[in-house]
Ligand binder design. Structure first.
Ligand code: F0G
Length: 384
């Protein structure tokens, strides 16, 4: 019943590229687009939802804020099929899992990984189980896991405990753990770095992204390194990871036993990718920094109201970080100083705002009530 559906898992790479195209040109997934850089063979069944190829949106206002002719771009990962960057890693992880004969994928998650795992497992025709910290998952993400048909298990504990438990399934026959401790996830996620370089013509001077379990920063680091080795980029970007101040183990260099932030996606006190992230930061001469929840929510509102880009709170940590650097209080050692005149800065926006609508709806976000006539509308417009 839970086997791979016939016809779903077929090879689309390498010599068999023309054998089966899941999508029309222009909407190929990341394996099809970047197979030369990925651990796939013509035996690999490609489980894809045409993820990746996300927009790199230029932000005039943030560019002005950064000053000296610098250009700021927003890599909007929220428009991936399940609404976050996790789809890039999950197409790889689930494809390889199916190749190895898996019948079940399992993960711990703060929400987005579970949504992606559930969707790709559904596509592959295999089972998916997700372990979530009960009551601490944005509702949109929880709805996704149910809709895609995963077995949803809520634990009385935080993400770190969920991950510890999931690790115990690593050697279970027919089961594959699809957290970013699975190397295939990192392979898929590095394609975001490729896309940025492909679009800009070189690596940006500065790349800012939110950090939770530290898989994504590890993946970006790997992607940048590989593109430079292939001479497709001349440099590595300086990488800055932002953690929420109440959940910042890498910044404080110690495990945070009870991490706290309203940006639930990055509420993690003991990231699995800690060591690899540190290596990436060292290699790229980057740094890890913190932003408060207030700064995160303010950046989230700013992005939606000024750029028309609606992201979930954790995603806004990158822009909150850039704003922090641009603020007058930043000193001479501010990473912005690393970016030359007319240099490029990329902020990753990792997940869509619709995932977590509770983060924007409150007592003040009620519609203004009006009678159904033009005069009433005009009077509201005058008042508001
Ligand atoms: N942004 C969003 C929207 C996320 O969901 C996550 C992680 C991150 C940033 C941080 O990425 O963990 O690779 O450093 N979400 C994971 C999850 C933990 O379970 O969905 P990271």
């Amino acid at each position: 019943m839970f086997g791979v559906r016939e016809g779903t898992a077929r090879s689309v790479v390498g010599p068999f590229m023309n054998d089966f195209r899941p999508s029309i040109r222009g909407s190929m997934g990341v394996i099809e687009r970047y197979w030369k850089f990925l651990p796939v063979t013509n035996q690999t069944p490609v489980i894809s939802l045409s993820e990746g190829s996300t927009p790199l949106i230029s932000s005039r206002r943030l560019s002005v804020l950064a000053g000296r002719g610098r250009k700021v771009y927003l890599k909007y990962e929220g428009v991936n099929p399940t609404g976050s960057f996790k789809d890039r890693g999950m197409t790889m992880a689930v494809s390889k899992a199916v190749e190895r004969g898996a019948r079940l994928v399992i993960c711990a998650s703060t929400g987005n990984t579970s949504a992606a795992a559930a969707a790709y497992a559904a596509r592959a025709g295999i089972r998916c189980a997700v372990l979530l910290p009960a009551g601490r998952i944005a509702l949109g993400k929880l709805a996704q896991a149910f809709a895609y048909g995963a077995v949803v298990i809520g634990l009385e504990g935080d993400f770190d405990q969920c991950l510890r438990l999931v690790r115990e399934f690593s050697n279970e026959p027919g089961t594959v753990v699809v957290n970013s401790i699975n190397a295939d996830r990192i392979e898929g996620q590095k394609t975001a770095a490729f896309e940025i370089v492909d679009e800009l013509g070189d690596a940006p001077h500065l790349h800012i992204l939110p950090v939770g379990n530290a898989g994504n920063i590890t993946a970006y680091g790997k992607g940048c390194r590989e593109y430079r080795s292939a001479r497709l980029a001349t440099r590595l970007p300086r990488m800055i990871g932002f953690q929420a101040a109440g959940a910042a183990p890498i910044y404080y260099d110690r495990v945070i036993p009870e991490p706290e932030t309203a940006a639930t996606a990055i509420r993690i006190g003991n990231p699995a990718g800690w060591k690899t992230a540190k290596a990436v930061l060292e290699e790229s001469q980057g740094a890890v920094d913190i932003v408060s929840d207030e700064q995160i929510f303010s950046a989230q509102r700013w992005l939606a109201a000024n750029e028309g880009v609606f992201v979930e709170p954790a995603s806004a940590a990158s822009v909150a970080g850039l704003m922090k650097f641009c603020s007058a209080s930043s000193g001479a050692d501010c990473p912005l100083a690393w970016v030359p005149e007319e240099g490029t800065i990329v902020c990753s926006l990792t997940g869509h705002g619709l995932k977590d609508i509770a983060s924007v709806l409150n007592d003040r976000t009620r519609p203004v009530l009006a009678r159904p006539n033009k005069a009433a509308i005009l009077s509201v417009l005058e008042r508001e």
